[in-house]
Structures are given as structure tokens and as C-alpha cells.
Design a protein around this ligand. Sequence first.
Ligand code: GAL
Length: 415
Amino acid sequence: MNKLFAGTALAALMIASPGFAQENGQVEVLHWWTSGGEAAALDVLRADLETQGIGWQDMPVAGGGGSDAMTVLRARVTGGNAPTAVQMLGFDILDWAREGSLGNLDEIASEQGWDEVVPEALQAFSRYEDHWIAAPVNVHSTNWMWINNDALEAAGGEIPETWEDLIAMLDNFREQGITPIGHGGQDWQDATIFDAVVLSMGTDFYQQTMIDLDLEALRSETMVDVFDRMEILRGYVDDNFSGRDWNLASAMVINGEAGVQFMGDWAKGEFLNAGLEPGVDFQCARYPGTQGAVTFNADQFAMFSVAEEQVPAQLAMASSIMSPEFQVAFNTVKGSAPARTDISDEEFDACGQKAMADLAEASENGTLLGSMAHGHANPAGVKNAMYDVITAHFNGEYTSEEAAEELANAVEFAM
Ligand code: GAL
């Protein structure tokens, strides 16, 4: 199915659940949080607004990473019917701001002192021309491994810290008769692994290739090595991986069918939703070779320009999102770290505490980098160009040498 048709079919299939207007208005929210763990987190926000008398009209567009949601959004805005609030990542927010489609949250931001508590790395995407345009919900990061604890114990119990350790663990998983890597073959999932593999070659290399788009570095031997590693990892994926949703890949690790998933910390939401405990039933660890560095992506709700009577409910939603209580209640369920720097980690589990500590450390050391796979390194044009090459290579269409060359060519064309 080509992308355009997929988008149109999706738009046709997507029926918004009838929200109910309440005494303090209603918000229409477009998002892609449709997995069990994601939906549980979103319910925290919905319930919070309901207690304030604000109705919720749900506009879910399934598809991890949000590409399909962005296609539907484009159709909505073109039709002159923008939703109140839209889940959005990094550069997409700035693109919509540039088009003049977003509202203004300055009033609520200054009342609540957002300037002081939202990390600068996030403010870079929540503000445009000095105005607040989006309310940040969380900080996720992509360079994680989620390991089934029984499988790990059977493999000796040591969390791999190097590429060689990782391969030894994957070989052991294979000997145990399970699928070593639970993975779904969708472009954004391939790209999520790619983020981690590039980062494992060093933060400078990640910066040069994924953020600065240095063509020489994109064509370098190191990039060929990255693709070689992607090819090796591909060898540990099961035969039915193609098209599988990310949460089904998480489920494979949850039920012991697979040993490890390389995925952002939204995967933890699935483990928790299945009643599993970090450190007991599963382990979270940074992808080998990326310890001390973080590739982040923050979900924000971009607020669109809406009719004047809808603005109070929109501002109330933004205000709720940024409240310290909500940041704890939501992020402990979602698997992410809070989007404020002044939140205690007390209520967070071991993986959440690690996420928060890693973020603070990376931010301090200059090793906090925007995730390419999740729209925080470059605008969608460049990201999609990279997706195409990464996925084509993962599916055996290019050798590693060809892939590095194609990646540089695609980026050069998209810039
Ligand atoms: C990411 C998003 C996460 C999670 C994931 C899978 O792009 O930031 O919140 O939902 O997609 O759907």
C-alpha cells in the first residue's frame, strides 16, 4: 500500500469518538497513543480535565512515531478544521508554527513560570519567535534496551555493556530457543534502533551525522560500520517481523517469546501495563556503548489557533499538563521522564529514576542529543529521507557501503 493511499484510508477509517461538551468547554485532541500503556497514560490527562468540567473529544490515529497522525493532521488543517491540541514531536511543531497555525500560550506560561522549569532542550521546540506554542508533556529517550529477566538470567545475568557482550547475549537467547530481538519492521522502528547504533559510535559522530548532516561523516567508514551492525542485528529478528507494531514486539519480550527490544521508554509503559516490575521481571539498560549519552524526544501538545470560545479550555489543558502533580501521575505510567526539571524522582520506579538521572547527567555533559528517529534532530523531510534508506538496507536492498552512500545522497537532496 503506498503512503498516500495509507494516509487517505486512515483518514476515512478514523472516526472521532463523540466527545461530550461539559460546563467548561471541550478539547479535541489528536494523538497516536493507542497501545495499552499509552492509552493508560492518556487517561490520566482525560480524567484530569474531566474533573475540571472540560470535555474530551478523542482523535486517535494509530501508528507509533506519529507519521500517520501527521498525515491526518495535514488534511484536517487544510480543511480549515484544526483540532484543539495535537501530540507532536520536535521539528514538526516548529513547522506548524512557521505556517502560522498555532495559538499562543504566553499567558499561562508566564503565570506558571514555564521559562524557569522547562529544560532548554525542550523550550527549543515549545517556543517560536519567543512565544509559547506547545505544552511539553514528557521527555522520552530512544537508546534503551528492554530485556526479559528470565532470559537474561539464563544467559548469565549480566547486562551487556559492549557490542561484543550484546552479541554474546543474543547468541545465548537463540540457544534458549527464543527470538533474540523482538522487533517490528516499520521504518520508524528500524530508525529507532539506528539512533542507538549511531550513538554507540560516539556522541561526536551522532552530532555530525544526525544533527549537523555532515555529508563526509555520513559517507564515512564509520557509517558503513553502523550499517554493518544493523545488518548483524537484523539477523536476530524473527521471520514475521515485517509490519509488526512496536507494542506487539514489546509483548514478545513481556511473554518471553523474545529476549530484548531496542525501543524508547514508552516500551516501559507496556511492561507496566502488563503488571511487570522493573528489575524483577524485566531490565532496562542503555544500548551498549551509549551509556552516559541520551537521544531524547519529547511529546508536546501543540495548541492550534481555535475559535475564541475554545481558548479557555485549551489554556486549561496546557495548564494541567504543566502542573507538577500531572507530570508525576502521567509520566510514571507512560515510561517517560517529566518535562520539568523541578520534579522529585521519589514516585518513579527504578527505570524512571535512571531516565531522570541520565537526562540530568547528559544535559550537564553536553551529551543530550535530539533523536533523529523521533523528529528531534532534523525536519520531517530529512528524517523521512533517512528512514527510507535505513529501512531499505534493513530489508537487504543495499549493502552497507551502498547504504552509507545513499544516506548521504538522500540527505543532500532533502536539505
Ligand atoms: C513516539 C512518542 C512516544 C510513543 C511512541 C510510540 O514518537 O514520542 O510517546 O508514543 O512514539 O507510539
